[in-house]
Design a protein around this ligand. Structure first.
Ligand code: AMP
Length: 410
């Protein structure tokens, strides 16, 4: 059953609570990447055009003690949103109480109010993160309908997503809809060949993703730190490279099950020290010395992966190919960006997290079909799991057009 979306709701003149994911990196009060704010603009602008009163809720970082409050204030985000919207955003430095209620009651149509970080409520018994029902009900009481546009937290059951959705008519915002369409539909009904690319630090984080993609994808290219556990399991010397020794048996089981679907690197870029400016060289596995670690895929692997990606019609990518944070070890990740950017007629999806950050940092923001805003959420979605933030939304009503159509209200 499809979930209700923004256009299924009557929002005209209504107080619309919108859960956005404004969990953006802030360094010394300055937002270093506003992608998540930009991605939420279509939903907010649509609601403003529909004369709704827009009430925004988001978390930012983690709040474990009083010391975390000031550095995780949403105030700089409200300012940035105001600039992007070209319209006032009234920031209320509260998550509940008289001042907040008055601000909402005084709202006129097409105005925006933003609450303080929902996780400020975590200071008192983790009310937000443990989905305290009274908190969800309180926030729901502030609005008429609920829109969840925060894909990045859809894998969590929190008061500001599931709690509110349990009390109000609830629909997916445009960003949420886009994420579900691109990640969900792409994996479920891929145009073939469907190639998955997995990288990043650990195998253990992505075992379930590998298992699910083994069923759905035609090929899985594995790079990054996680490749070394597979390589060691196959009897190769990996020197001091990242390895999860307790996952060697599992790696071999996966490789056996994969029946040739998994493609591992054939060469790597190695160094003796985990440092930005450490001397480095490319080598095949046989040439890797005991005191060396692999921090990137090598040029032969880039060629091999390029060949495997040729003609792909669907590509899903999660996890960088190397330590892209160091320029000397970013070439593999950049090469994959370049290949995907030039794949003709292919649907290219990057799961959130570090591969998304790398692609954006390397200037490929607009070169993919979709870059997900959710790291953990996109991983769980790729594992085939149901996301509580999505499940808690209302189902679309059955189509009564009477013609036996399968229009699903599209
Ligand atoms: P993940 O969050 O699992 O996608 O991992 C991303 C992190 O993996 C990035 O910070 C990369 O620097 C790191 N990474 C990628 N390849 C390697 C490698 N060969 N050795 C160590 N770390 C790596």
């Amino acid at each position: 059953m499809k979930k209700k979306t923004l256009e299924d709701l009557n929002v005209k003149g209504k107080k619309v609570l919108v859960r956005v994911d404004f969990n953006v990196p802030i360094i010394d009060g300055v937002i270093s990447d506003d992608n998540r704010i930009i991605q939420a603009l279509p939903t907010i602008n649509y609601l403003l055009e529909e004369n709704a009163k827009v009430i925004l809720l988001s978390h930012l970082g983690r709040i474990k003690s009083e010391a975390d409050l000031a550095k995780n204030s949403l105030e700089p985000v409200a300012k940035r949103l105001q600039e992007l919207l070209g319209k006032d955003v009234l920031f209320v430095n509260q998550t509940r109480g008289a001042e907040l209620e008055a601000a909402i009651n005084n709202m006129k149509e097409s105005e925006v109010v933003m609450l303080q970080n929902t996780r400020y409520e975590d200071l008192d018994g983790k009310k937000e993160s443990k989905n305290d029902p009274a908190l969800g009900a309180y926030w729901a009481s502030l609005g008429d309908v609920f829109v969840n546009d925060a894909f990045g937290t859809a894998h969590r059951s929190h008061a500001s997503n599931v709690g509110i959705a349990n009390c109000l008519e609830a629909a997916a915002g445009f960003l949420m809809e886009k994420e579900l369409k691109y990640i969900g539909d792409t994996v479920d009904k891929p145009e073939r060949p469907f190639v998955a690319i997995l990288g990043g630090a650990k195998v253990s984080d992505k075992i379930n993703v590998i298992e699910n993609l083994l069923i759905k994808a035609d090929k899985i290219l594995i790079g990054g730190g996680m490749a070394y556990t597979f390589m060691k399991a196959q009897g190769h010397n990996i020197g001091t490279s990242l390895c999860e020794n307790d996952k060697l048996e599992l790696a071999n089981t996966i490789l056996a099950k994969a029946n040739g679907k998994i493609i591992l690197p054939v060469d790597v870029v190695v160094t003796k020290e985990f440092a930005e400016d450490a001397p480095f060289r490319a080598t095949g596995y046989k040439g890797l010395k005991e005191d060396e670690m692999g921090l990137d895929i090598g040029p032969k692997t880039i060629k091999l992966f390029t060949k495997e990606l040729k003609g792909a019609k669907t590509v899903v990518w999660n996890g960088p190919m190397g330590v892209f944070e160091f320029a000397n070890f970013a070439k593999g990740t950049e090469a994959v960006c370049e290949v995907l950017a030039n794949l003709k007629g292919a649907r290219t999806i990057i799961g959130g997290g570090d591969s998304a950050a790398a692609a954006i940092q390397m200037g490929y923001r607009d070169k993919f079909t979709h870059i997900s805003t959710g790291g953990g959420a996109s991983l769980e979605f790729l594992e085939g799991k149901k996301l509580p933030g999505v499940e808690s939304l209302n189902d679309q009503e059955e189509c009564n057009c009477g013609s036996g159509c399968d229009c699903e209200h599209e």
